[in-house]
Design a protein around this ligand. Structure first.
Ligand SMILES: Nc1nc2c(ncn2[C@@H]2O[C@H](COP(=O)(O)OP(=O)(O)OP(=O)(O)O)[C@@H](O)[C@H]2O)c(=O)[nH]1
Ligand SMILES: [Mg+2]
Length: 384
């Protein structure tokens, strides 16, 4: 294993929450490299089994894993090799997680490294006490049923540990008219989506936030969204930028052309503008969004003023599919939760880690980890 480990961005203040973005597998590594190229301040690291990819992305902070297992190659689509590679080098991952409050994992599911390693890293990060947001691109239909199954299996395993998962179905980012785009441009679009979200979260968390949103709100959202969230962003410039961003968000493909807003249980909206941002613009965007939302929705919003944003306005929305209020707000212990929407109680059994078996190999049969309880593997909700 080799790794380069530059000192992380220094904390801005004693209580400034620290966010780390970790790109896992080849697509995750490429995605974070794109982010760092655009914003070198971002605290990011790339992790992969494939040395060719790590060398090509030109990032300073890289971690090569599974050297003795894949010998510097990719896992070749083998999830079990991906998992073993990360388990073997888990100490280098743990080292990165020191004092991290929010870990944002970025990966494409469907290959072996990302699909095998992300569930393990989410577990390690939660054990280290970080809040974990996992942003994953899911495969195109043309990649076939097997790749899709690998991605679905990985999602289930990630779900046992991640606080929140944002799925970015690659398929949904395109219209028929995009069919002739070069593939690099296709992937660049999903990197762009992830990037917008991560940059906006970073802005809200660390600086320039002038109202509303802080780490506590993001914490509430991620801990209560019961697994999956959706994410969309929109940008506008010029005189009518408030209308432009509101309308683009309300028609966004990743929010099912805005329909998800009508049934959401929780939402965070983040607006970023320049020194010229007007109150009337904030009001215009927020009231258009609010018109769409159900009355009892949990909502929080923040505004950030960013140098260089003059003449522009950007909005992000993090949208929860479901909402659970933890009756025992704990720290990942077994607790009861109540699903507000359906009014139906639901017994929420969260995986609590494997105790003394944490670092032993799982029992894998037919690509399934039999140490993961059946109800989690099969995504069964237990009625109360
Ligand atoms: N967003 C994005 N997705 C990609 C890119 N390349 C591949 N994908 C998607 O991500 C999935 C996983 O691919 P990789 O990340 O290359 O796989 P890996 O995790 O490195 O796994 P192995 O190479 O098998 O060890 C694919 O099935 C594609 O759907 C990329 O550059 N960007
Ligand atoms: Mg790879």
């Amino acid at each position: 294993m080799y790794m380069t480990d530059q000192p992380a961005t220094p904390e801005k203040g004693i209580s400034a929450p620290r966010m780390l973005v970790m790109g896992i597998g080849s697509s995750g590594a490429r995605a974070v490299a794109d982010m760092v190229a655009l914003n070198p301040e971002i605290n990011a690291v790339a992790v992969d089994t494939d040395t060719k990819v790590l060398e090509a992305i030109g990032m300073d902070r890289i971690i090569h894993v599974g050297g003795t297992i894949t010998r510097g190659h990719s896992s070749g689509g083998d999830v079990e090799l991906g998992r073993q590679s990360i388990e073997k080098d888990s100490s280098s991952i743990r080292k990165q997680l020191r004092q991290v409050d929010l870990l944002v994992i970025v990966a494409g599911l469907g290959g072996g490294t990302g699909s095998g390693a992300v569930p393990v890293i989410t577990r390690i990060a939660r054990e280290a006490g970080a809040l974990v947001l996992t942003m994953v691109a899911t495969p195109f239909k043309f990649e076939g049923a097997k790749v899709m199954r690998v991605a679905e299996e990985a999602l289930k395993r990630i779900r046992t540990h991640a606080d929140a998962i944002i799925r970015i179905p690659n398929e949904r980012l395109f219209e028929r008219s995009d069919a002739d785009l070069p593939v690099e441009q296709v992937f660049a679009r999903s990197h762009q989506v992830m990037m917008d979200g991560i940059f906006a979260l970073g802005r809200m968390l660390t600086r320039n936030g002038i109202c509303g949103l802080d780490f506590a709100s993001i914490h509430t959202m991620l801990r209560n969204c019961d697994g999956f969230c959706h994410f969309a962003s929109a940008d506008g410039s010029g005189e009518n930028r408030a209308e432009t961003v509101a309308e683009s968000l309300l028609a966004h493909r990743l929010l099912n052309k805005g329909k998800m807003l009508e049934s959401t249980a929780g939402i965070i909206v983040g607006l970023t503008g320049g020194q010229d941002l007007k109150l009337s613009e904030i009001e215009a965007v927020m009231s258009r969004i609010q018109e769409k939302l159900p009355e009892e929705v949990w909502m929080n919003f923040g505004v950030a003023v960013e140098p260089g944003f003059e003449g522009r306005l950007s909005v992000i929305a993090l949208v929860a599919e479901q909402w659970k209020e933890a009756l025992v707000d704990s720290n990942r212990q077994m607790g009861l939760s109540f699903n507000k929407k359906s009014g139906q109680g639901e017994l929420l059994l969260e995986a609590t880690g494997k105790g003394e078996f944490t670092y032993t190999d799982p029992t894998i049969h037919n690509n399934q980890d039999l140490d993961v309880p059946t109800y989690i593997r099969r995504d069964i909700k237990l009625p109360r």
